[in-house]
Structure formats: structure tokens, C-alpha cells
Design a protein around this ligand. Structure first.
Ligand code: HEM
Length: 200
């Protein structure tokens, strides 16, 4: 266990554990992998292709993108529930600005992980496009979305694409900060998400 630091500009630590639990670590790294693959498969020119009469079920990249995106939503909801139930997350002594910056980035990441699937459903539902997933699963119409008051507030396909780019930029910043903690500050922040207590 580490000791609390009281000096001004440093965050009090009061930590009980130095590593995330196994489920939190697994969900974190699976989400990182699935989001990256979903991003790479993001279907550019989707609206144009749909206007040309394409059936998205015939495009494996789109089917995989939507299936992985739905998986990201399921993973994120599971993580939110688990974050409320799990043992307290480890905390590390660091400069206050660093702590605030990390909380801001992590808050934005949580928001984007939930907003991306929501905007995708809004895009499909408001434009009358089908949701096409692996194993032939499809939903042709989503009238509850098409009729909702927010359906026409924006071009949700554009919003979805912009949020997808933002998520990857922020995830890159988040990963860069973790590497900085590991290589320069050597404070165990990255190790907390890599290893369990027994492997420490
Ligand atoms: C975290 C998960 C996701 C990420 C990172 C992501 C990322 C992206 C990106 C970057 C694009 C734009 C591609 C481009 O313009 O080159 C895109 C487009 C698209 N995504 Fe996703 N997406 C995610 C989840 C989903 C989900 C859950 C669905 C379906 C329910 C979905 C359906 C679509 C569709 C239909 C488009 C085309 C939108 C349009 O242009 O109208 N995505 N996605």
C-alpha cells in the first residue's frame, strides 16, 4: 500500500489497492481492441452507397462494423454497471492538473463510448436504413427512432463519423499519457491496468 501525500498541488492518495480487478482489466482491453477494429471498418460513403441501392447486408465490412459497434455498447454498459459494484479503483499520487486532465479525458471517453452507438442507431433509424449484423440478423425499420423528436435534429451519420474520429484521438491521448506514466513517472498507473495483484 502507498502512503498519502499531503503537499499542496498533489492529490491525496488513500489507496487500498494498486491494481484494477481482473474483470475491469479484461473489459478495458477487449473494448480497446473492439473499438479499434470497428473504427478501421467504419463505412465511408455509406449514405451515397445506400442511395445507389446497396444492401448493407452484402458488405462484410459494414456487417462487422455494426456488430462490433453493438458489442462496444454491450461492453460499455457492462463496464458502467461493474464500475458501480467493483472494489474501489486504484488511485495514484499525482499533480492536481494531471488528475483533472485524466478525469476529463476519461469522462469524455465514457461519453463517446455511449454516444457512438446511440448516434449510429439514430442515423440508421432516421434515414430508414436497416441494421445488419452477423449471422443474418437484421432490423429493417426502426419507427420508434424515425418518429422521435430528435431524429431530424442533425445528420446523425455525420455526427457519428465525427464522434468516431474524436474517440480515436482521445484514445490515442489516453494511451500516450499511460505510456508517459510508465516510462517517465514510473508510478505504476499503466501496470495497474496490465497486471493483477499476484503478478505485481
Ligand atoms: C465504438 C463503436 C463505433 C465506432 C468507433 C465507429 C466509428 C465509425 C466511423 C469513424 C465512421 C465514419 C467512417 C467514414 O466516414 O469514413 C462510422 C460510420 C458508420 N457507422 Fe460506426 N462506429 C461505431 C459504432 C457503430 C454502431 C453500433 C453502428 C450500428 C448500429 C454503426 C454504424 C455505422 C454506420 C451506418 C456508419 C455510416 C454513417 C453514415 O455515413 O451515414 N457504428 N462509424
Amino acid at each position: 500500500m502507498r502512503f498519502a501525500i499531503n503537499e499542496r498541488n498533489f492529490v491525496r492518495q488513500g489507496t487500498q489497492q494498486e491494481h484494477y480487478d481482473q474483470l475491469s482489466r479484461a473489459l478495458h482491453w477487449i473494448t480497446a481492441l473492439v473499438v479499434t477494429i470497428a473504427f478501421v471498418l467504419g463505412p465511408g460513403g455509406f449514405g451515397r452507397l445506400m442511395r445507389q441501392g446497396m444492401d448493407p447486408a452484402a458488405r462484410l465490412d459494414i456487417v462487422w462494423h455494426e456488430s462490433l459497434g453493438v458489442l462496444v455498447l454491450a461492453l460499455t454498459v457492462t463496464r458502467v454497471i461493474w464500475a458501480a459494484l467493483r472494489p474501489a479503483a486504484p488511485r495514484f499520487a499525482m499533480a492536481r492538473w494531471m488528475c483533472l486532465a485524466s478525469q476529463l479525458v476519461q469522462g469524455c471517453l465514457w461519453f463517446l463510448l455511449l454516444a457512438l452507438p446511440c448516434t449510429a442507431f439514430l442515423a440508421l433509424g432516421s434515414e430508414g436504413h436497416p441494421l445488419t449484423l452477423l449471422n443474418g440478423f437484421r432490423i429493417d425499420q426502426m419507427p420508434w427512432i424515425a418518429k422521435s423528436p430528435i431524429a431530424n435534429l442533425a445528420d446523425w451519420g455525420d455526427v457519428h463519423g465525427i464522434l468516431g474520429d474524436m474517440l480515436m484521438w482521445l484514445a490515442g491521448l489516453h494511451a500516450g499519457a499511460a505510456i508517459f506514466h510508465h516510462a517517465v513517472l514510473k508510478d505504476g498507473v499503466l501496470a495497474a491496468m496490465l497486471k493483477g495483484r499476484n503478478a505485481a
